[in-house]
Design a protein around this ligand. Sequence first.
Ligand code: AMP
Length: 438
Amino acid sequence: MSFESLGLSQPLLQALAAKNYDTPTPIQQQAIPSVLQGRDLLGIAQTGTGKTAAFMLPSIDRLAAANRRASPRACRMLVLAPTRELAGQIADSARAYGEYSRIRVATVFGGTSINKNRQDVARGVDVLVATPGRLLDLVEQGHLTLREVEILVLDEADQMMDLGFIHDLKKIVRLLPAKRQTLFFSATMPKAIQQLAAQFINDPNPVQVSVAPQSTTAERVEQYVTFVQQQEKQALLTMMLRWGFGPRGNMDRVLIFTRTKHGADRVVKLLAGNGIAANAIHGNKSQPQRERALALFKQGEVRILVATDIAARGIDVSGVSHVINFELPNVAEQYVHRIGRTARAGNDGIAIAFCAEDERPYLRDIEKLTRQKIAVEPLPQGFVAEAQRIKATRTTPAREEHQPRHEQRRFQPRPKGERGKHAHKVKPMGGSRRRASR
Ligand code: AMP
C-alpha cells in the first residue's frame, strides 16, 4: 500500500518523499482515509507507531483544501499534548509534512515566554500545538480564541489524565465550537479514558483504530529483569554501561528511567563520579536545559539520558538501543510507555528492569497487565566484588576511557551461547516454555 492510494494530495506526497517514507504504517493505513473524509476518530496507539503522521497528514490536507485563512488570534487545528517535548515534536512533524502546503504552525507551552506565544498566534495560525495549561492562560488573557477550531486532536489522553489535566481539558472543550472534527488518541483505553473520549467526540459512532492490543508491549522489545538490591543498582548500572549488557553487548543509546526527579539527578551524579557522562531530563529542569539534553542525546553526543516518566513521555528519538528501568514504575501502564521508547520505527530494542525486593509487587502487576513473563537475567559474574570497587571509587571522577585495560576485560559481555540459562526472549505466558525462575 502507498501513501498515494490513501488519497493524500501532491504537496504532502512530496513532503513524505523528502522524508523517505514510502510505506504507510498500520495506523496510517487505518486512519488516513477516514480522517480525510472528516470523520471523528478514536485511536488506541502508542508512540512509535506513526500516529502523529496518521492524524497530521490528512488534517493538513483538509486545512489546505478548505483554502481559508485563520482569523487573527485564532487557530484552525488545535493539537493538545501532555508535555512540552511532545508538543515540540508534533509541531516539528507538522512543519515537515506541511512544507509544501503553506500552512502556519505554532506551539504554545509552559516554560517559554507568554509574550512570544502571544505574538506567534497574533496573526492566526493553521495548526496550533499546545499543552493545556498555557493554552488556557492565553485564552483567558484574551490573546487567543478557540471558536474557529475546525479540527481538534487530543494526543496521549491517558497521560493527560495522569498529569491531572482533566479540569483544564474540560474547560477547553467548552471553548470549542460544537461543529468540529475530533481525533482522540490514547495508548491505553481504561474506563476513565473512554468517558473522557465521550465528552470530546461528538460523533456517537466514531471510527475506531487500534494498532497494538490494549496494554501489550511492543513486540520487538526484548525484555529482561535483573534482581538486585536497591543500594547496588548504581553499581549494576555502571557495570552495564561500561561493559555492556549480557545478552546484547552494545549500549549505543540508553534511556534510563527513575521514579523521581531527585532520583534522576542522583543517577547522573553517581555516573559522573564513575566517569560516565549522562544528562537528566525532568520537570525541574528549565526548558533550554531539557532541549539541550534531548538534542545531545538525539545527536548521539551524550549516549545516556536519565528521565522521569513525565519528561520522557512521547520523546521520539530513533535508535534508542536500551531502556533501563532503574526503578520499576508503580503504575504498570507506565512500563508499557517506557519500553515503547525503544524499538521504534522498525528497529529492535532491549528493555532491562532492575527490580529490588520491595518492587516485586510492581513487577507482578506489569506481568499481569502485559500478559508476559519477563525473562530473568542474572547479575553479571563477579558482581559483588566489582560493586564494592565501584562504591569505593565513585567519588573520584575518572574518565570512562581511562579505565585500565585489564579491568575493562573483566566484564566483557558473555557471548550468546554462554548466556545465563534464564535469559531468553519474552514469550507470551502460557506457552510451552518453562517459566523463568526467580
Ligand atoms: P510517532 O508514533 O508519531 O511518534 O512516530 C514514530 C516515528 O516513526 C517518527 O520518527 C516518525 O517520523 C516515523 N514514521 C512515521 N511514519 C512513518 C512511515 N510511514 N515510514 C517511516 N517512518 C515513519
